[in-house]
Design a protein around this ligand. Structure first.
Ligand code: SAM
Length: 336
């Protein structure tokens, strides 16, 4: 009964909503084995140094406003830490999202860096997967040849990720996990990554400015930042919280807080002021009846974003148009 009602609600909302059109902008270090990845100073003894007895990370000497960590969010994911690889469970929609986000990341990275090795298109690229959870996205990126470090503040999720990737001998060579926050990593690892990924993570953070500034710190100049998240619209509230959490129970009730959602325009502004320029934004939508994600012209519900770290330091007084010419000689960005 619920599912019929919900299907009707779902499709009515879709057809009635006025979709805003997506902005789509026209937009190497030597290969390291996982042994060298895991021997990075930053990885060493992280768990021992940063964990309290309650399993939550100890915060460094930052004020609360400078941490990305929201303890309530950490508790939510702690409760689900053993469920990451249940294909029919709470994270089913994230498994299915790989069909879109993995090619999105791969193709945008190939545009920036070119193919390094046939069959392993992301070989020689170091990727940081922030908020990796159980490694649902880290694993396929490792299979594409990237050296991936997945970090998450929930230690039990990191254990789940480690356990799961250990079953695949190819991943043991490529993927490494650590229980820590981005800000902790940023204090020790400067400009080390070709790409940072935060997929379905920014809506769970306490401080987005701190997040963007840490991303900039850990990225190489010209490095890529990939974000997927939920827009802050009435439609995303109705579908993402009322339908997905309360009616269809695709994800547990209370997983999302609408106040923390961010529109693509606000996210772009924030990233620009943190020293990035946004290369692409694409709308995405999940169909709960088929369990399949698709690209959409509209960003009204979910979207994926690709931003690039500017080579020069952010200049607060610089306008967008001025700074655009510094980084991208030639044409101004085009929009479609
Ligand atoms: C919806 S899950 C997404 C997991 C993974 N990125 C994926 O898409 O499969 C959100 C993840 O963000 C993590 N998280 C929450 N607060 C975080 C923070 N301050 N820094 C990094 N990760 C955080 C949670 O523990 C959880 O694993």
């Amino acid at each position: 009964m619920y599912s019929k009602k919900c299907s009707r609600l779902f499709f009515r909302l879709l057809t009635e909503s006025t979709f805003r059109f997506t902005l789509i902008r026209n937009v190497s270090s030597s290969s390291k084995s996982v042994r060298s990845l895991c021997s990075w100073t930053v990885c060493r003894n992280y768990r021992q140094r940063n964990q309290l007895s309650n399993g939550l990370p100890r915060l460094n000497l930052r004020t609360v406003s400078q941490t990305t960590l929201d303890p309530a969010e950490v508790r939510k994911f702690q409760a689900m830490a053993s469920k990451w690889w249940d294909l029919q469970g709470e994270f089913a929609a994230l498994h299915s999202m790989n069909d879109l986000r993995v090619p999105f990341i791969r193709d945008n990275l190939l545009n920036v860096h070119g193919v390094q090795q046939l069959g392993k298109p992301l070989a020689e690229l170091r990727i940081l997967d922030v908020g990796c959870g159980g490694g649902l996205l880290s694993e396929p990126l490792g299979r594409l040849g990237a050296d991936v470090l997945g970090i998450d503040p929930v230690e039990d999720s990191v254990r789940t990720a480690e356990m799961h990737s250990s079953y695949d001998p190819n991943l043991r060579e490529r993927v490494c996990y650590q229980a820590c926050t981005l800000e902790e990593l940023a204090e020790e690892e400067a400009e080390g990554f070709h790409a940072v990924i935060a997929s379905e993570v920014v809506e769970h953070l306490a401080d987005l400015d701190a997040f963007a500034s840490c991303c900039r710190q850990v990225l190489k100049p010209g490095g890529s930042l990939f974000i997927t998240t939920i827009n802050k619209t009435n439609l995303s509230y109705t579908l993402g919280i009322v339908a997905a959490e309360q009616l269809l129970r695709i994800v547990p009730s209370g997983t999302h807080d609408w106040e923390k959602f961010i529109s693509p325009e606000d996210l772009e502004r924030l990233l620009e002021s943190s020293g990035f320029y946004v290369e692409a934004i694409r709308g995405m939508m999940y169909n709960p009846l088929t369990g399949v994600w698709s690209w959409q012209k509209s960003t009204a519900i979910n979207y994926a974003l690709h931003a690039i770290k500017r080579k020069e330091e952010p200049q607060p007084e610089q306008t967008w148009a001025e700074s655009e010419n510094l980084d991208k000689p030639g044409q101004a960005p085009s929009y479609s």
